[in-house]
Write a protein that binds this ligand. Structure first.
Ligand SMILES: *[C@@H]1O[C@H](CO)[C@@H](O)[C@H](O)[C@H]1NC(C)=O
Ligand SMILES: *[C@@H]1O[C@H](CO)[C@@H](O)[C@H](O)[C@H]1NC(C)=O
Ligand SMILES: *[C@@H]1O[C@H](CO)[C@@H](O)[C@H](O)[C@H]1NC(C)=O
Ligand SMILES: *[C@@H]1O[C@H](CO)[C@@H](O)[C@H](O)[C@H]1NC(C)=O
Ligand SMILES: *[C@@H]1O[C@H](CO)[C@@H](O)[C@H](O)[C@H]1NC(C)=O
Ligand SMILES: *[C@@H]1O[C@H](CO)[C@@H](O)[C@H](O)[C@H]1NC(C)=O
Ligand SMILES: *[C@@H]1O[C@H](CO)[C@@H](O)[C@H](O)[C@H]1NC(C)=O
Ligand SMILES: *[C@@H]1O[C@H](CO)[C@@H](O)[C@H](O)[C@H]1NC(C)=O
Length: 534
């Protein structure tokens, strides 16, 4: 009772403080926050936040609607209304001398530079997005617009038509390191690259350009004929290129990039051959979208040539994986195989023995709706020591005993589908498994030996199952490392008016070591046999 009282008391005090703060500064379109946690729309800060935050919404006129904002704000998020929003002058922001972070979502006809070398001199992060616009915002941005932003190190521009900006729009920003160009409605990569050429300090680059179909060599007017653009990109440590449906890659088109952090695109068999000739030497993560039937061996050929470490493979075309296909994929460390549609996939085949070839793979995720078996271990002569994390979305309803027994170093297992039957000892052998996520399945019974052998299990999630009125006594008692359990919603048969759950009976001695036990009953009375402090 005393505990409860104290909690209520604290809440009252917090509420009062909050009211005082809000009363201290009232504004029709902006809210001020001391802490990012108080902020409902904190996404605009991308995880960054130091100091005082102002968030303004439904803004139609920046100068009018932001009038009277405290001048010592450090972060400013502005969300404009959907209409086209006139001219924006960066000069307006010079009154906020401590501004470090500026995020604006809106479309303007023009952005005017500041004529003042002191303006925005503390700005480090700027993001300009025109999220509401279909297509791209045609915004006129002239030469050297961002010149005086001496501290600007991180710039994102998204959904602004780049060809409406001056070729040297990014000239003279001395410390710009990270640049992200979201969709910019250009068909020619050189429209982007030639503008980036002015950013001598660039180290991190993300380009997303869904509209580009052919990757050609860039020909930038600012470069002399015997100058190459490579030196500007020499200091790039991270570069990600995200395309849509490319149809042709010219030889040398990506010469200025040697190493890519990420390359994402639809690729056909022909492009898989063109990509290694593009000038790219290495790709860390390849996100592949299949636009036709493909032999997985040609993917592995690319993996080999470009030292790819992580592969995310998406296709809706039938595909075969087995040991036979993956020889050249031995360098992979992480694989995600995904389908988005169901209807094509009925002939695809997965033979799980491919895992025994891929000895560097620590992470494997497979999403596949066909009736493949999940025969991971029966053909393995040696234990699979390299796999740590396994995530499966399969069309399999049944786990048999010892199903995972060869995965001796597995730490994390997630299975999400229609699993309804788990044979006793199904998880035997998973001695090191710490996280087991069986949420969103069709499990109705937990038996005393269902989880037998999971000595290291810390975290167990059984939410979103039609479970658990059928949990046998002692089902969890042998899980001696268990700390967090999520049973979710308990469904008792309708004819029983009260759900009875004797926690001592199912958890035994380990009940006292749990730090988290999550149970809900869907509006029906619930009786719990022992009170736990949660
Ligand atoms: C630039 O990007 C890299 C990688 O995403 C990140 O680690 C770094 O903190 C970023 N730097 C700035 C100034 O945002
Ligand atoms: C800076 O840029 C990188 C991309 O290069 C991005 O991942 C990161 O989130 C940005 N940081 C902030 C604080 O905006
Ligand atoms: C790339 O080159 C091809 C042939 O040389 C040409 O048809 C295509 O239009 C070019 N693409 C761009 C974006 O310039
Ligand atoms: C690359 O970085 C080095 C060291 O930070 C710097 O001296 C050099 O000027 C940079 N190169 C370019 C093209 O900016
Ligand atoms: C070509 O490069 C040389 C040095 O490699 C330089 O002296 C010359 O001025 C350059 N020519 C042009 C047109 O820039
Ligand atoms: C597998 O990983 C090890 C250790 O990181 C590395 O030395 C080896 O080269 C990798 N194998 C392949 C084929 O890349
Ligand atoms: C769930 O399992 C029951 C049998 O236990 C079955 O009748 C039902 O069709 C299953 N539901 C789904 C979505 O697979
Ligand atoms: C719950 O189970 C324990 C162990 O079997 C038993 O001692 C206890 O009486 C039960 N509690 C209730 C309320 O049924």
């Amino acid at each position: 009772q005393g505990e409860k009282m104290r909690v209520v008391f604290f809440k009252t005090v917090l509420l009062l403080l909050w009211i005082l703060r809000v009363n201290g500064w009232m504004h029709s379109k902006c809210n001020i926050y001391d802490y990012v946690d108080d902020m409902p729309d904190r996404d605009c800060l991308q995880g960054y936040s130091k100091g005082l935050i102002a968030s303004c919404k439904y803004v139609t006129d920046i100068e009018e609607d932001l009038h009277g904002l405290p001048q010592n704000i450090n972060n400013l998020c502005i969300s404009m209304t959907m209409d086209e929003n006139g001219i924006m002058s960066l000069d307006f922001f010079s009154q906020f001398h401590d501004l470090e972070y500026l995020d604006i979502n809106g479309c303007f006809s023009q952005i005017l530079p500041t004529g003042n070398s002191q303006a925005l001199s503390n700005l480090e992060y700027m993001r300009l997005q025109a999220l509401w616009v279909t297509g791209c915002c045609d915004c006129n941005v002239g030469s050297n617009t961002f010149r005086y932003l001496v501290k600007l190190s991180n710039l994102t521009i998204s959904k602004f038509r780049l060809s409406s900006m001056a070729p040297d729009v990014f000239n003279g920003i001395p410390n710009l390191r990270n640049v992200s160009i979201g969709n910019s409605c250009v068909k020619d990569l050189s429209e982007i690259l030639c503008r980036l050429m002015y950013i001598k300090s660039l180290t991190d680059l993300v380009i997303e350009a869904q509209e580009i179909q052919t990757l050609n060599q860039s020909n930038c007017p600012i470069l002399n004929t015997n100058e190459s653009m490579t030196p500007v990109f020499n200091n790039l440590t991270g570069c990600s290129l995200i395309f849509g449906e490319i149809t042709h890659i010219e030889e040398g088109a990506l010469d200025c990039f040697k190493n890519l952090e990420k390359f994402s695109s639809y690729l056909n068999e022909e492009l898989l051959l063109q990509l290694p000739l593009s000038g790219i030497k290495q790709i860390h993560l390849l996100r592949y979208f299949g636009s036709e039937h493909i032999d997985f061996r040609s993917i592995c050929n690319l993996v080999f040539l470009l030292s790819i470490k992580k592969l995310e493979f998406n296709t809706n075309y039938p595909i075969s994986f087995s040991m036979y296909h993956v020889d050249l994929c031995v360098g992979l460390e992480s694989i995600v195989l995904t389908r988005t549609l169901h209807f094509y996939t009925s002939i695809s085949q997965i033979k799980w023995n491919f895992i025994s070839t891929l000895k560097n793979v620590t992470y494997l995720s497979v999403y596949d709706r066909t009736e493949n078996s999940l025969d991971l271990c029966s053909f393995q002569k040696q234990p699979i020591t390299w796999l740590n994390k396994l995530v499966l979305y399969l069309n399999i309803q049944f786990f048999f005993s010892n199903q995972f027994s060869c995965l001796v170093n597995l730490l994390y297992l997630k299975y999400k589908s229609k699993l309804s039957n788990i044979e006793d000892f199904a998880f035997l052998g998973l001695r090191l498994l710490e996280y087991l996520d069986l949420s969103n399945n069709n499990i109705t019974h937990i038996h005393a030996n269902t989880f037998y052998g999971l000595y290291s299990l810390i975290w167990l999630d059984l939410r979103e199952n039609p479970l658990i009125h059928n949990t046998e006594a002692l089902s969890f008692t042998h899980l001696t490392s268990l700390r967090e359990v999520f049973l979710g919603k308990l469904n008792s048969p309708l004819r029983e008016p009260v759900i009875k759950l004797n926690l001592t009976l199912i958890f035994g001695d380990i009940l006292s070591q749990l730090t988290q036990l999550y149970i809900t009953s869907s509006m029906r009375p619930m009786y719990i046999g022992r009170c736990v402090e949660i």
